[in-house]
Ligand binder design. Structure first.
Ligand code: URA
Length: 198
């Protein structure tokens, strides 16, 4: 995994030589983790700390971990896009925005390589961006959440199937009571699958 990170670093340094964009890599168990969790992109805290899912997103992640009965170091946590996509308001304040098409096209092949290297036993995607990166542009979270599907990952002339369990992005459900319940049910189902209940 370190070699992949080094290659990414030199690729992006060459691509954006005059800009200092911080790459936030995946973290956790890099060899056959029981779960590889894939989010959208790092935010401000993630970029400052150079770690995925910290700060407020990290709190959401703690809820996920408690629900599925795993500790953070036991799983592998990453994002589709490894830089923070930002926008600037007319007043000059910087905030997050969703990754655009170009960013997704640039980073998705690196994600595939990361998945093939890590060989996770199961992938959990959070939200639409990660879902679409694995299942294609037509996939929508409302139709896919809470059940196992199969993704075919191709990179470097190699194709492999992985089990994917799509979830809503925890950040998107906070102010939506109905979705909060759906998310809790999905987590319960995931836990049952991990425990081999069904
Ligand atoms: N932080 C991350 O690292 N990824 C997300 O998708 C959201 C917050």
């Amino acid at each position: 995994m370190q070699q992949l990170r080094n290659r990414m670093l030199s690729f992006f340094e060459n691509l954006w030589p005059a800009e200092h964009k911080t790459l936030v890599f995946g973290e956790g168990r890099t060899e056959q983790p029981p779960i590889m969790l894939i989010g959208e992109a790092p935010g401000e805290q993630e970029t400052l700390q150079r770690r995925p899912f910290v700060g407020k997103a990290g709190k959401n992640l703690d809820g996920f971990l408690a629900a599925v009965g795993l500790e953070r170091p036991e799983i592998y946590i990453s994002n589709v896009v490894k830089i923070r996509p930002t926008k600037v308001s007319p007043k000059g304040s910087v905030s997050n925005r969703p990754p655009n098409r170009e960013e997704l096209m640039l980073f998705t092949p690196w994600l595939y390589e990361e998945i093939l290297l890590a060989q996770p036993r199961r992938i959990v995607t959070l939200g639409n961006v990660a879902l679409k990166a694995l299942m294609g542009r037509d996939a929508v979270i409302g139709e896919y959440h809470g059940r196992s599907v199969t993704a075919e990952i191709t990179h470097g002339g190699r194709t492999q199937r992985f089990e994917v369990f799509p979830l809503y992005h925890p950040a998107s459900i906070i102010y939506n009571r109905a979705l909060t319940e759906v998310y809790a049910e999905d987590l319960h189902r995931l836990r049952q699958m991990l425990d081999g209940v069904n």
